[in-house]
Unconditional design. Sequence first.
Length: 130
Amino acid sequence: MSQLKAVDYAAASPEVKAVYDDIKQTRQVEDVNNFWKFIAHHPPTLARTWDSLKDVMAPGALEPLIKELLYVAVSVTNNCGYCVASHTAAARRAGMTDEMFGELLAVVGMANETNRLAVGYRVPIDPAFE
């Protein structure tokens, strides 16, 4: 467990408060979540990460729900419980159902299993895939 404490708004530097304000405005929330409060210990990382996340998760060719499902899938694979919880909640807000979540986890599990088999057997890539 981290020995750092969350950087709450009241104790934040003006630089950190500016990022917090942008997060709150962009996400229409009253407070930022713990992820941001902990990385705020290094304001350049906070600002860079928020700017990148905001850009990547903005509307684009992929629907917001698809982006959140992808985020959940990668977070499950990377074993990041915090990100699984955060992005599962966001996916639910974007319309993910329990059935979708179950299928998502089935695909994640299958992909991880077949990936390990392909790596372990050192399966060469078929010319048709190139």
